[in-house]
Structure formats: structure tokens, C-alpha cells
Design a protein around this ligand. Sequence first.
Ligand SMILES: [Zn+2]
Length: 375
Amino acid sequence: MRSFLRFLLSRRNSFKPPQQTHYKAMSTSSASALLYAASVASPAVAGTKPDDDFTKNKVWHLKHGGFENPWPSWQAMSGPSIMKAMISRRFSGASNSPDTTPPPNQKLRATWLGHACYYVEFPGGLKVLFDPVFEDRCSPFSWLGPKRYTPPPCEVTDIPTIDAVIISHNHYDHLSLPTVTKISKQYPDVHFFVPLGNKKWFKESNIHNVTELDWWDEVDLTLTPKSGKDRSPSVTSADEPKPEGAITARIGSLPCQHMTARSLTDRCATLWSSWSVTSGGKSIWFGGDTGYRAVPKESDGEDDWSEKWAHLPHNPEFKKIGTMRGPFDLGLIPIGATCLDVLEPPQKLKEALKHHNIPEEGVFDVCNIGESREF
Ligand SMILES: [Zn+2]
């Protein structure tokens, strides 16, 4: 669970222009009018993985099923303390309407739709929705549980095209049954990408276009232009030549530090992931609900970058992700885990940027609900 402010990490210096010129032939203004068949396959050339015992032995897998955060930087929260944090949290922010006209100049565009939900349009035409939740409450009950303070900037039906939905983990504020049901009804061809162990839940929810991945696994998604009304997905091998006008993407599940549960008995039974998506010459990383290190309550009001707290461990996986799968043009990263004041995380971010001599704007930026940014 995270606060409802997220920020954008721009890596514009690392931008490489799109290699596949056929993307340019398919203007984004007409992309939403075309029908595509989706196929998912293992990549012919796999991305690099860390060559360490941690990754080889899949240390995050528990012997008798389920998963864990095997790092000193993880600090488990008890059930009561999670409840306390949930009850005490309040939300704020201004809502507006997202701009859904196609991005000009073949740019990457990201629109924040509240909480963890981002709608990302890639230069080649791929449209991806991350962690969509459009309900009033994040709970198994429609009448009880954390209620959103700010209404979503739009409804599912307002989103013009969705090719893929990527889920970071199964907490109710990131995976909503009413929302994914609405999406799969509106877009029967949409493909869902989920962390290991979540496919069963989707199948039981009558959603079958689902690929589940373990950390460091990745697949190729190919959207082939079709005519007529038949949009059923087909699976092809990754080394098959892609049809003219096809939209291609490489989608990878990557480590992050969090946990999962949808009931009192399924804690960490399914995996949680961050994700990389590369399409149309642009690459992004979506952090899900990840933490980076655990900072004790006693550090409240203090500079936790100081010597006093320097011993607190950082999660080592993010450096590996950057080295193995980066650079990224855009990182979507959560800030503010259990703050009471929603304006506190951006303030803390500014302080951290100052501390590390990073410009206050242009590298790590906070955006508003419904706001679109281009990269
Ligand atoms: Zn969560």
C-alpha cells in the first residue's frame, strides 16, 4: 500500500531514437482505429540476468510455496500496524481530465490516473495500463475499507485503447476485480501480465488472456493489425518475422520489495513485481509498491541520510535492474508509504534531491492526477 503520489524519473539523456522505421508509417492518430491481434512469446534473445546465487537459486521462493523478501532492507509490518496505517491515511489532490489525444512527435506519454495507476502510450502505438483501480474503495467489500479521497480522473470506458494491463501485485488498491472485469469486457483482446501465482485468480475471474512471470523473466508481445471483428489472440514463436505494421513490445517482470495478500490467510502466497516495458524505441520501469530500505519510526523528523542512519540497508536489486535492463527513459516510482499529509512525500523528495545535489526539477518530478507528461 502506498500513498497516492507518484513521481516520474526522466532519463532523457539515455534516449535512443526508434530503430524500427515501420512504426513511423503507422501514425498514432490512426492507431486507435486499427484492430490488433495480440500474441505473447518468449524472446529469441533473452535479456541478461544477474549471475549471482541469489538469482540462480531464486532465493525469494519459499520451500513450501509462497514468496518472501530476502533482504535485510525489508521490514515486515504486523497486521494491526497495517490496519492502523490504513485507517489513519487520508488522501488529497486535484483531479482533472486526462488528455487522451495521440502523442505528437512519436513521444512516450505517461498519464497518472490516481494512486498507482498509470496509462502509458509508447511511440509505436502500444497502450499499457498499470495497476488500474477505478473503484471508490480498495477492499473486498464495496461498503467497507479504505475509501479514495480523490475521484479517478476518468472511467475505464473513457480510455480509448488498452493493449496490455500490467499488475504489480494483488493488494486491493492495485488489483480490482470490478475494474479488470470492466476492462476485459470492453477490450476482449487485452492481455494481462501478472507476477507469478496470480494467473489462477484471473482464470477464476473468467479472464484468460493472462501471462504470469517470475522475476527476471520476460516475454515478447506482438500486436498484429487485423481486419474484421475477430480479435482473438494468437501465439507465435518469438523468432518468427513480425508482420508489416505490427506493434512489438518486450515485457519483463523484475524484483521489488513488497508483499501480497487479499485475505487473512494468503500472505505472500503470490509474487509481487516491478516491470520493464520496451516498445517503439522507448523503455520504462514501473516500480509497483516497492520499498527501498526500512527506516525506523525513531528517525521521524531527522535526516535519515545522516551518519546516524547510514547503516540501514538498501535493497540491492534496483542497481541490478538498472545495470541489466536499463537504461530507462522513464521510471514510475512510488513515494510516501504511510504519510498522514499527502503533501509530505513531495516535500521529502525535494529535501532528498537537495541533499544529493540533484536539480529540484527535470530529473525526479511529481505530477498531478490526470496529468500527462511526454518524454
Ligand atoms: Zn501493496
